[in-house]
Ligand binder design. Structure first.
Ligand SMILES: [Zn+2]
Length: 431
């Protein structure tokens, strides 16, 4: 009977004696209680080395009462399960040292069985919240955090970091760091694998970090957004790296410039009393940035802003054309924007920069300046059009960032969050 219960509990300690299994109610919740005693034969004193009996046959190590402990186990058939374990205490008469018997399935001074500890650790590698884990393991939130914290020693140190040939860097808002609102993330541009996260994106800290990496001269590309601060890294700690601006950020920048100008146009129209026209530019914003090659020229429909029968049936191309008749400056901006976007999609970098440098003087000043800001990043943008790093890898990094955003929420300690990120990305193996 004793052995069968031990098998159910998956405990093999032969010094553990199970005396009884019952139920008890704590805080109106029932739980299974296993009463057990742990009383191995006394062994030599760890403090002075005395054996159980001295040379004259006198007993030196004696039993000294039992310590009552409660150990939490995993749930069993949806009922919390605990063990009331009486641990034998010993006393060494020689040096007056006291100690308590210990078993492998629970760490000294802990109240969580290793089985449950592993279950919590395995939950920590999934993308679930800490409170979810606490709830499903019937433990408190602070217990989950304590276990997370205990894994700190598994996180590899910076000095052993191997940097990839293509290094992607970015930042994310983390709530967890008091040093900086934005934290720093870097990943492998070819595998998408997370490399590291740092509590700050400030340059001196990043420089110090990359200096410690042993192979920083082997980084060939630094993939980044249009944050010029990171460019400095190539001048100091990543001497052989070329700047590569994330394509997603280039497109985003161009779209933003165009949308800002559309809003400006709407305001001008409103002032002149053309409220309907302004409204139409507002609701159809998506059509205006749509890739020109994908615009439909043949299917006639009624459109939300141009409803039949008040308006004739129009193709998508005709509808967009109508929108552009509201403002000649918007039409001009539309053409310039799409010429650039097409060149970018076709990866024709010489055309792209030619267009950018020679944007018509008549174009709205503010819009033109925003676009020409891209000239400052010419090298990085050119590389983005020349080299074939697929968007997929960048996607992987963005997925990391999304995970980070979701997971980082609720963390008050950057270190704890960092351990969690390592666990989720399977970058550390807990045994
Ligand atoms: Zn002793």
């Amino acid at each position: 009977m004793n052995d069968s219960i031990k098998k159910l509990l998956r405990i093999t300690d032969k010094n553990l004696e199970i005396t009884d299994v019952s139920y008890e109610t704590v805080n109106k919740k029932q739980r299974i209680v296993i009463n057990a005693t742990l009383s191995p034969c006394p062994q030599a004193c760890r403090s002075c080395g005395s054996t159980v009996k001295d040379g004259f046959g006198k007993t030196v190590i004696v039993k000294n009462g039992k310590k009552m402990t409660t150990i939490r186990f995993d749930e069993f058939n949806h009922m919390p399960r605990v063990m009331h374990l009486k641990k034998q205490r010993y006393k060494c008469k020689n040096c007056r040292t006291y100690w308590t018997a210990q078993s492998y399935f629970v760490l000294p001074k802990h109240s969580i069985a290793s089985h449950l500890r592993y279950k919590i650790i395995s939950f920590l590698t999934d993308k679930v919240s800490l409170s979810f884990i606490a709830k499903h393991c019937s433990v408190s939130l602070s217990t989950v955090i304590r276990i997370l914290r205990s894994l700190k020693s598994y996180v590899p140190s910076n000095s052993k970091k191997i940097l990839p040939e293509v290094l992607m860097v970015d930042e994310f808002r983390s709530h967890a760091s008091s040093e900086d609102k934005m934290s720093f993330i870097c990943a492998d541009g070819e595998s998408g694998q997370l490399i590291d996260i740092l509590p700050t994106r400030k340059l001196p800290r990043l420089t110090a970090y990359f200096e410690k990496c042993t192979n920083n001269d082997q980084v060939k590309f630094l993939v980044t957004d249009m944050n010029a601060a990171y460019f400095q890294l190539t001048k100091t700690v990543l001497p052989n790296a070329k700047i590569f601006i994330d394509r997603f950020h280039i497109v985003k920048h161009m779209n933003k410039a165009f949308q800002d100008f559309r809003v400006k146009t709407m305001k001008v129209l409103q002032k002149k009393g053309f409220k309907n026209e302004a409204q139409k530019l507002k609701v159809n914003w998506r059509s205006l940035t749509k890739n020109r090659q994908n615009i439909n020229h043949s299917e006639y429909k009624s459109w939300r802003s141009f409803r039949a029968p008040k308006f004739p049936l129009l193709t998508e191309a005709m509808m967009i054309d109508r929108l552009l008749t509201f403002s000649s400056s918007l039409r001009e901006a539309y053409e310039a924007f799409h010429d650039l976007a097409d060149a970018f999609r076709d990866k024709d970098h010489s055309l792209f920069f030619e267009l950018l440098e020679h944007l018509p003087e008549s174009l709205d000043e503010e819009f033109r300046k925003k676009l020409q800001k891209l000239l400052k990043y010419e090298e990085g943008i050119r590389n983005a059009m020349i080299y074939p790093y697929s968007n997929g890898k960048i996607e992987a990094k963005n997925t990391h960032i999304k995970t980070l955003k979701r997971v980082s929420y609720g963390f008050k300690s950057f270190e704890n969050m960092r351990i969690r990120i390592y666990l989720i990305n399977h970058l550390i193996e807990v045994k």
